[in-house]
Design a protein around this ligand. Structure first.
Ligand SMILES: Cc1cc2nc3c(=O)[nH]c(=O)nc-3n(C[C@H](O)[C@H](O)[C@H](O)COP(=O)(O)OP(=O)(O)OC[C@H]3O[C@@H](n4cnc5c(N)ncnc54)[C@H](O)[C@@H]3O)c2cc1C
Length: 473
């Protein structure tokens, strides 16, 4: 086969040049590489914030490729149709991509692989999104792990290859296939005016991700274990959206953590453990994909959660207007930055599923719409963990009290002050940004009175526990 027959690098959740086995494999073939991003039905299905963030990441990768004399070709349509069209147009003989593990992508990729094989085109998938392929971690009995700690013990000493450097040269074809302009895809359309606010708060791209990792490993990782729960402390890596988009590899993060551990930085192991929570989420989703659809434990199916996403209580939760400052601060942080502190996610989720007795799916779907770091596995695992219906979940009767949680994790009120404007003399700019981020139709203004809670922590707790006991504990 001629060396000039191109290879297509099908770009998906690996918006990076460094440590990218799919790209490296394409280059190693010695043939011209056609980087291709497809706006297919899995992109169409994304929530508003995640779609906007992906679009920004794709644009950034396009610029990085152009700076190296390559290009990112953009096409829209069902993945197989687009691949066949680009193969026909370029004469490409192979397609290579980084694996995805959510059920919709797995089904698509299987179908694409089979169809391309029938067409006589080589199709190869590579690892890259995770540290450990989900099927490679097995219990002694040959099953999958349902509890985090034994999973951690099973993987913590595994050898993880060092991240590979960025390629020097990306060979280009003589002629490029046609490409859409990303602007015509309007990936921020569903966010409306919220996109401009997010753009101020969300760093994008491989270089930004690497900077964040370096800064974290140099300045923050030593205190990570002690300070990661302090919601206003800026003590975590802030890498989640970069990881979700694949702008940095999990291996690069893992090795930064290992190096910090070798250097005696106390919080480093906790950081590795958190990276492994992400792995565990994907392990669970791979082996039990229903985790994102229904109660992982069937015993919860009869629980009297409200499934009404637009009840007055659920609506107040969605809008950051519950009257419980820690919960409201959390929700507002999400509209402005597209992310939410982990402790705040737990408290916001607990308030919805326990004090407001609303189904975790309502919350999971809402987060999926508004998080730029939306990760189907971590989101589903997190919600089912808080709700009590998941594997290795927090017991239902352990109900977070947002007032005592605030005393512990936001002792000086800095987090609540950062995100709540009502009643403040000179509100924080971030608190004001919330009013620019949310839909005008909500009719909110910083001069509004702060709402009184519809349910107090004590009353909500009693109601939730009564329902739990009626279910038989
Ligand atoms: C209800 C709920 C929903 C969540 N939804 C998401 C989601 O959609 N996307 C997402 O990336 N994370 C989700 N998480 C996990 C966690 O809140 C975020 O990963 C974390 O807040 C990201 O901030 P960071 O990058 O500064 O994390 P760090 O504390 O710096 O951790 C480093 C990395 O480890 C991983 N990680 C950390 N904590 C967890 C965790 N509890 N579960 C899984 N992975 C973790 C993330 O990839 C993170 O970037 C959810 C948690 C809960 C309780």
């Amino acid at each position: 086969m001629s060396d000039q027959v191109p290879v297509i690098w099908w770009v998906r959740r690996d918006l990076r040049l460094g440590d990218n086995a799919a790209l490296a494999g394409a280059i190693a073939s010695g043939r011209p590489v056609v980087p291709l991003f497809i706006h297919d039905e899995t992109v169409e299905a994304l929530g508003a914030a995640a779609k906007w963030r992906l679009g920004e990441g794709v644009a950034c990768l396009g610029q990085a490729l152009s700076a190296r004399g390559s290009r990112l070709i953009l096409r829209r349509g069902p993945a197989l149709d687009v691949l066949r069209a680009v193969i026909a147009g370029t004469g490409a003989a192979a397609v290579v991509w980084s694996r995805a593990y959510d059920p919709a992508s797995v089904a698509r990729d299987k179908a694409v692989k089979a169809a391309l094989a029938e067409d006589g085109v080589e199709a190869r998938s590579c690892a890259g999104h995770l540290l450990f392929e989900p099927w490679t971690v097995e219990t002694g009995q040959g099953g999958f792990y349902k509890v985090y700690t034994p999973y951690w013990k099973a993987v913590r000493d595994r050898a993880v290859p060092e991240p590979a450097p960025s390629p020097g040269l990306i060979p280009r074809p003589d002629t490029w296939p046609a490409s859409d302009e990303i602007g015509t895809w309007r990936m921020g359309a569903a966010l409306r005016r919220g996109a401009a606010v997010l753009a101020r708060f969300a760093p994008v791209g491989e270089a930004a991700a690497q900077d964040k990792l370096n800064e974290f490993a140099t300045r923050k990782i030593a205190d990570y274990a002690d300070r990661r729960d302090m919601s206003a402390a800026d003590a975590t890596s802030g890498l989640s959206a970069h990881l979700t988009c694949g702008e940095i590899s999990a291996r690069a993060c893992w090795h930064a953590g290992l190096n910090a551990m070798d250097a005696g930085k106390a919080g480093a192991e906790t950081f590795l453990k958190e990276l492994v929570w992400r792995e565990f989420g994907w392990h669970l989703m791979w082996h039990s994909p229903h985790i994102a659809e229904r109660n992982w434990r069937e015993g919860w199916d009869g629980f009297p959660w409200s499934t009404e996403g637009d009840s007055p209580e659920a609506t107040a939760w969605k809008r950051g207007r519950t009257g419980i400052p820690f919960v409201d601060a959390a929700m507002r942080e999400m509209y402005v930055t597209g992310t939410m502190h982990n402790r705040a996610r737990m408290i916001a989720a607990s308030w919805l599923t326990k004090n407001l007795m609303t189904h975790w799916r309502v919350g999971m779907d809402w987060f999926a719409e508004h998080l730029i770091d939306w990760d189907p596995a971590s989101n589903a695992m997190g919600w089912q963990w808080v709700a009590g219906s998941g594997p290795d979940a927090a017991p239902y009767f352990r109900i977070f009290n947002p007032v005592t949680q605030a005393e512990k994790f936001d002792p000086d009120g800095a987090y609540r002050d950062a995100w709540i404007a009502e009643g403040r003399q000179s509100p924080d700019p971030r608190a004001l940004a919330y009013f620019d981020a949310v839909p005008r139709a909500w009719g909110l203004s910083p001069g509004d009175a702060y709402p009184a809670p519809a349910v107090t922590p004590e009353a909500g707790r009693r109601r939730a526990l009564a329902a739990y006991e009626a279910r038989g504990g």
